[in-house]
Ligand binder design. Structure first.
Ligand code: PLP
Length: 400
């Protein structure tokens, strides 16, 4: 027998498992709408032009491969905090922010969770229902208890704002509330600016600590500033919060694992201590973060022309997604006019939450070779204009 005999088989990952099934299929019609990764109209992965430019500059500089500091590349840390709060933020000027470069959004959330477990013991984290599938495991594995607050209303295919506010109010004072900064995954449903103001006031009233997950800055509206509305407004109101950032989607750096965890703190001395503890956590977990992606971000943001080029490419990517949303909506209306499809164009970001049941999703995959997660989410970043009608046919066939 094996020393490790008692090991049980883990279930396949609900999102990445979809990609494996897609790869295994030999059908020419197959469509992967599972993972949230941007594809071109030809359904190919896309490396941003501005990333190639930055890499060419980096090749020329021929920098060494020495370890980064535990908390990452200093130039990157400056860029990422400024992208979050704005270059003119008084919080940055007054050193009331702790920033640690980490392993993209996931690793940054994991450091945040480890920090909560060690230094905010006994606090419960509240997640939106539904939320990105990995959130629960990230917090649970770090030893942090999580619960859910109401978020999505299947009736309206929109936000259950009253339920959300009631649950945040009902949470014990001083809880931790995880909020998607923009382009909520999986629903594509975000609060309005007025609703964000109310959420901020309620968190203030209750002494809650918000924890923003910012994985799609620039991808929702096409504008970095617009998509940072919520965390910037919370900061202006004087709220303290945690915030993870990812450059997987907006700069297409998925496999480079570049992101950050930030703590906005109302006392610079406390921010210094929080930073020291996040470094301690990172040192024991993976020692220090990868250098390549951090250099790319710093090159791009540090040069005005490249920064503008990045913004244009983000607009192009979010624009392509908006345009396939429109195409899909038109075909759905044409093929099944009795149903209200307006949610397709109302939802923002990469995803659409279709309301398809698990049995209907099975039909999508088994009969139509459309690969998607069981919760009925489709990634529109993986759809082309040319395939929009095919997808509409598959959806209409699955729900009727
Ligand atoms: N948070 C949310 C809501 C996400 O959707 C994702 C990616 O799908 C992430 C975090 C983390 O992604 P990554 O670790 O690639 O930055």
């Amino acid at each position: 027998g094996s020393f490790m005999e008692g090991t049980e088989q883990a279930p396949p990952d609900p999102i990445l498992g979809v990609s494996d099934a897609f790869k295994a299929s030999t059908s020419p019609d197959k469509l992967n709408l599972g993972v949230g990764a941007y594809r071109t109209e030809e359904l190919q992965p896309y490396v941003l032009e501005v990333v190639k430019k930055a890499e060419a500059i980096m090749m020329e500089k021929a920098e060494n491969k020495e370890y980064l500091p535990i908390d990452g590349l200093p130039a990157f840390k400056k860029c990422t905090a400024e992208l979050l709060l704005g270059a003119d933020s008084s919080i940055i000027a007054e050193n009331k922010i702790a920033t640690l470069q980490s392993l993209s959004g996931t690793g940054s959330l994991r450091i945040g969770a480890a920090y909560i477990n060690a230094w905010l013991p006994g606090k419960t984290v509240y997640l939106s229902n539904p939320t990105w599938g990995n959130h629960k495991n990230i917090f649970a594995d770090a030893g942090v208890e999580w619960k859910m607050y109401r978020y999505f209303d299947p009736e309206t295919v929109g936000l259950d704002f009253a339920g959300m506010m009631e649950d945040i109010k009902g949470a014990p004072d001083g809880s931790i509330i995880v909020l998607h900064g923009c382009a909520h995954n999986p629903t594509g449903v975000d609060p309005t600016k007025e609703q964000w103001e109310e959420i901020a006031s309620l968190c203030q009233e209750k002494g809650h600590l918000p924890f923003f997950d910012v994985a799609y800055q620039g991808f929702a509206s096409g504008s970095l500033e617009e998509d940072a509305f919520a965390p910037r407004m919370f900061a202006e109101k004087g709220l303290e919060f945690l915030c993870s950032q990812s450059y997987s989607k907006n700069l297409g750096l998925y496999g480079e694992r570049v992101g950050a965890i930030n703590a906005v703190v109302n006392d610079a001395a406390v921010a210094t201590r929080v930073a020291s503890q996040m470094k301690r956590q990172a040192r024991a977990m993976y020692s220090n973060p990868p250098v390549h992606g951090a250099r790319i971000v710093s090159e791009v943001v540090g040069d005005e022309d490249m920064f503008n080029e990045w913004k244009a490419e983000m607009e192009m990517m979010s624009g392509r997604i908006k345009s396939v949303r429109g195409k899909l909506y038109d075909y759905l209306c044409e093929k099944m006019p009795e149903k209200d499809w307006s949610f397709v164009t109302r939802q923002i970001g990469m995803f659409s939450f279709t309301g398809l049941t698990p049995a209907q999703v099975e039909n999508m995959t088994n009969k139509w070779e459309v690969y998607m997660t069981k919760d009925g989410r489709i990634s529109l970043a993986g759809l082309s204009a040319a395939k929009a009608e095919y997808l509409a046919d598959a959806i209409v066939d699955s729900i009727k």
